[in-house]
Design a protein around this ligand. Sequence first.
Ligand SMILES: Cc1cc2nc3c(=O)[nH]c(=O)nc-3n(C[C@H](O)[C@H](O)[C@H](O)COP(=O)(O)OP(=O)(O)OC[C@H]3O[C@@H](n4cnc5c(N)ncnc54)[C@H](O)[C@@H]3O)c2cc1C
Length: 385
Amino acid sequence: MTTYDAIVLGLGAMGSAASYQLARRGARVLGIDQFAPPHDLGSTHGETRVTRLAIGEGEHYTPLVIRSHEIWRVIERETGADLLTAKGGLIISSDGKSSVMHVEGFFRNTVAAARKYGIAHERLDAAEIRRRYPQFAVRDDEYGYFEPGAGFVRPEACIRAQLDLARKYGAELHVNETVLGFDPAADRVTVTTDKGTYSADQLIVAAGAWLPQILGGHFARFFQVFRQVLYWFDVEGNVAPFRPERFPIFIWELQESRQAVYGFPVIDGASIKIATEQYDGTTTPQTVARTVAPQEIAAMYQNFVAPCFPAVGPRCLRTATCLYTVTPDFGFVIDRHPASDRVIIASPCSGHGFKHSAAIGEALAELVLDGKSRHDLGPFRLDRL
Ligand SMILES: Cc1cc2nc3c(=O)[nH]c(=O)nc-3n(C[C@H](O)[C@H](O)[C@H](O)COP(=O)(O)OP(=O)(O)OC[C@H]3O[C@@H](n4cnc5c(N)ncnc54)[C@H](O)[C@@H]3O)c2cc1C
């Protein structure tokens, strides 16, 4: 049986980043995925993910995203892939908002993080938002935070590029192979799949929405899986005002709505991608409804598109479902398994993980090879839950 320095279980956003970072440091790596990433059955598909440098979920995330942007630029240079478009991001909120983006104080935290880390930004009142971005139907008492370095990342392209580089640097990647279980012992961890048995010094479990099932036991309850839907609405009229040069990525903490709305400029020549979040019922990757009902599309248009973007029409060109794996405090878990130091759990999701994934891959590689990381992983300990 070949023994590896590390086995990476799951080659999505986190696992592909970890495999690349481990391989480029010369480690013997085996990456395993039940599908052939990038794929559309987990949490990392749909063409775009918001990225922003001042992080409203907590200022401790900011160093991770700053480092991720650096890593993506390195990968772009090495592979020629187009990964990161940083043409600006707008966060809209108000004192009268009824929706919350992930954590209470999201807008305030964002401004505080920008100040603390010296991130370029501007505060805009409603009149200024209307002047610059008439596409947004803001109310008089709404205000904005504009960050020129925010934008979007292309998740499938990031996974593809990192897996290509991991292979180039010598990683062994097994796709369409399912991990059935793992068994940590004093001197190694053994991983059993539907095709074989492997052993390694350490195992990174980056299983996304499958994590609760793989961890089992009483840990599973800390990771709840929720179905989310992405919508692409046809601009119908002139698309120019909705292209990235004139339309930033946005997050909008709405009034008279339970949920915020967020979205992206036109990159397909026709539609804006727009989404909200739902936390009403949990699901699993096996049982989730993968199709989107016409009623869901109609409700999305009526509640979020028409009132916010009057120039966008009701025709939905495309939808996709996706899975959030959410912890009780909307934070990440990046920590060693309480039962074995040889197993590292990596669950950076809760709906905001992608922007940090390149640096998290680096942190995971450092944990495996150096026993510690340059990144502060203290806030992501499992025992806080
Ligand atoms: C709709 C939606 C919108 C989002 N928007 C944003 C955003 O705008 N900005 C942002 O920063 N983040 C966002 N996120 C969050 C971000 O996308 C996730 O944090 C990130 O993609 C999670 O990556 P992951 O590696 O944990 O999971 P995944 O990428 O799903 O990878 C897990 C992998 O593990 C594999 N696997 C699982 N079990 C096994 C097994 N037993 N054997 C072998 N392989 C296995 C799976 O096949 C899968 O490939 C969003 C998420 C969703 C769903």
